[in-house]
Write a protein that binds this ligand. Structure first.
Ligand code: ASP
Length: 281
């Protein structure tokens, strides 16, 4: 393969911002449209890579592979993983076998889809995982082995700027104050990582009602790694009651990614509860 290198930015990914994701997506969109380009590799930091990959997945519409990769071990470690990961990512990006998967996160030979991927381990080289849905495939000896065709086709246009959407994780004893604070400070949307299949306590429930009364859309995701938010419980704070009152259930999309989807959806359709809900089906 002929490889071109572009130094877009050098930051620790814990300093990533939505404004940079917009720029990155624009850049990759421009590059991937070129007929002489087979695919794109994005080297990133591990801390926010799952979200970065998902943002590009939502905003890049191409059959060509866009492969995010990283290093968990730095270059001075006894077994640095960066060079092998970059080689695998380049092999994947230039492979016909990898077309149509959208944006992936590839490291330690394993290929994850941008929707499912998470970083569930802080230090291990095998940190990025797709949970119960599984890897899309892997790279071995320069070749892509494809064993899963799960793809998501949702695409949203890139806006010029993104609204402020705040993400919180709830907990036992939460009094809802942070939710009220975010609303009073002008947040345009909230995503709450709820308990279990989408439940919060009565005080948090009241705070969510406060947000909804101020016409701030609220999306309910879950702190639990795998499985969906469901309208199962009908008491004050139960997922069923939250939905009845106008909150949007995020399905099995993780909270920090639901935040990105809500930002892009708000930029596209505005604060229209029925239309916003469509994106989370
Ligand atoms: N803090 C680093 C980052 O996410 C960690 C890493 O890359 O592993 O940029």
């Amino acid at each position: 393969a002929n490889i071109g290198v572009l130094n877009f930015m050098n930051i620790d990914s814990s300093h990533m911002t939505p404004a940079i994701w917009l720029k990155l997506s624009r850049k990759v969109n421009d590059i991937i449209k070129r007929p002489d380009i087979a695919g794109v590799v994005v080297t990133y930091g591990t801390d926010t890579m799952a979200e970065g990959a998902y943002f590009l997945e939502l905003t890049i519409d191409s059959e060509k592979p866009v492969v995010f990769t990283v290093a968990m071990e730095d270059a001075s470690a006894p077994c640095p993983d960066g060079p092998g990961n970059i080689l695998n990512a380049v092999m994947q990006a230039s492979s016909k076998e990898a077309r149509g998967w959208g944006v992936t996160v590839t490291l330690n030979s394993c290929i994850n889809g941008a929707w499912e991927v998470r970083k569930p381990q802080t230090t291990n080289v095998q940190t990025f995982k797709s949970g119960e849905k599984g890897y899309l495939g892997y790279v071995y000896d320069g070749k892509v082995k494809r064993f899963n065709d799960r793809v998501h086709k949702m695409k949203l246009p890139l806006p010029s700027k993104l609204p402020t959407v705040v993400f919180f994780s709830t907990y036992a004893g939460d009094n809802g104050d942070f939710i009220r604070y975010a609303v009073d400070k002008g947040a345009k949307g909230l995503v709450i990582d709820a308990l279990g299949a989408g439940n919060v306590n009565a005080e948090t429930y009241e705070a969510i009602l406060y947000a909804l009364s101020k016409e701030v859309p609220v999306v309910i995701s879950t702190r639990v790694y795998y499985g969906s938010v469901e309208p199962a419980y009908g008491d004050k704070g139960g997922g069923g009651m939250l939905e009845k009152k106008g909150a949007i259930l995020a399905g099995d999309l993780m909270g920090t990614k639901a935040r990105l989807l809500l930002m892009l959806a708000l930029a596209e359709v505005g604060n229209n509860p029925e239309k916003l809900k469509e994106y989370f089906r």
